[in-house]
Design a protein around this ligand. Structure first.
Ligand code: AMP
Ligand code: TRP
Length: 328
């Protein structure tokens, strides 16, 4: 039997190339030989103050983005978290076997709560809901970025505690970290590309081509180039993006050539940037094409309804068993 995979992404903001290369492309690849369940986690999104009027549309937009990026609803289950209320039911039960101390240790909570005037209980118990997402489907593998490994450890701990207390039921989910791609901001290559750092720091998967061109052309590199010297963070990041973008096309000759030029101290950054831009657009253009077609077809609601049906069938069966085991 194929291994069950689960992963989730918040419907906040549009996808940037860090999300794509660091996470979503990995999700798509796993579909080849796994039974995948992918979820747009809107319950998680409301743990901080967000624009409620825009949330529904953002969740649907994320579904379009994911399908355009290669998540295939024929092979995988794709749905919006709040359409399967069993997630919150399981979260309550798991919350009762999770300690306050475990939650207080979570670095993401410390980061996200820092400087906030209002810190919701939901933000604090966020990792319990995440554990519920995964365990509800008895997933064994969870593709995530490095930053989520601690949450996965907690999910395993919760699974172990449930099994010890109520009887063996949940597998312990393992993180699947991929090759650890980490895309940095082009404007400030010392920080991770992240939506929260502002628009100038990200390159959107669906962003207008001239705007991407401008950002790549003005990427921070360094002042001079001396043969034999180490790469600056900005140049290293451009090479990283180039490698990620050419990974599938097998176009590695150009990467080798530019690397050799760098070593010899004769690399023209303007040329590197043009090659990065071209390779990146080679990856992004077909994604946009698919997104436009899909949006025009108006099929996303139908796809999500189908995903909900399939997810809910699994969720219902597992939650019924959990209720029995817990004595509810
Ligand atoms: P976020 O939007 O930060 O919640 O991230 C969603 C997913 O994309 C997570 O799996 C992250 O690990 C991944 N991700 C976010 N930013 C980057 C980045 N700059 N490089 C690589 N992966 C990223
Ligand atoms: N916390 C994850 C993030 O910020 C999103 C998420 C929610 C998730 N539930 C999940 C990831 C379950 C993997 C599995 O990226």
């Amino acid at each position: 039997m194929a291994t069950r995979i689960f992963s989730g992404i918040q419907p906040t903001g549009t996808l940037h190339i860090g999300n794509y290369f660091g996470a979503i492309r990995n999700w798509a690849a796993l579909q080849a030989d796994h039974d995948c369940v992918y979820c747009i986690v809107d319950y998680h999104a409301i743990t901080i103050d967000i624009d409620s009027k825009a949330l529904r549309a953002a969740s649907r937009a994320m579904a379009l983005d994911l399908i355009a990026c290669g998540i295939d609803p024929k092979r995988s289950i794709l749905f919006i978290q709040s359409s399967v209320p069993e997630h919150t039911e399981l979260a309550w039960i798991l919350g009762c076997i999770t300690s306050y101390g475990d939650l207080a240790r979570m670095t993401q909570f410390k980061e996200k709560s820092a400087g906030r005037k209002f810190i919701s209980a939901g933000l604090f118990s966020y990792p319990i809901l995440q554990a519920a997402d995964i365990l509800l489907y008895k997933a064994q593998g969870v593709p995530v970025g490095e930053d989520q490994v601690q949450h996965l450890e907690l999910s395993r701990r919760i699974a172990r505690r449930f099994n010890a207390r109520f009887g063996e039921f949940f597998p312990e989910p393992e993180p699947i970290v991929g090759r650890g791609a980490r895309v940095m901001s082009l404007a400030d290559p010392t920080q991770k590309m992240s939506a929260s750092a502002g628009e100038a720091n990200t390159i959107g998967v669906m962003e207008e081509e001239p705007s991407i061109h401008k950002k790549v052309r003005s990427a921070v590199t360094d002042t001079g180039l001396v043969a034999g010297e180490e790469m600056s963070p900005g140049v290293a990041n451009l090479f990283e993006i180039l490698e990620l973008a050419t990974e599938l096309s097998g176009d590695s000759a150009i990467v080798e050539e530019l690397r050799a030029d760098f070593k010899a101290g004769k690399l023209m950054y303007s040329r590197l940037k043009e090659v990065v831009f071209d390779s990146l657009m080679g990856v992004l253009r077909p994604i946009r094409q698919r997104r436009t077609e899909l949006e025009a077809s108006g099929k996303v609601e139908e796809i999500l309804a189908e995903g909900t049906k399939k997810a809910r069938a699994i969720a219902r069966e597992n939650i019924a068993r959990v209720r029995e085991m817990v004595g509810l």
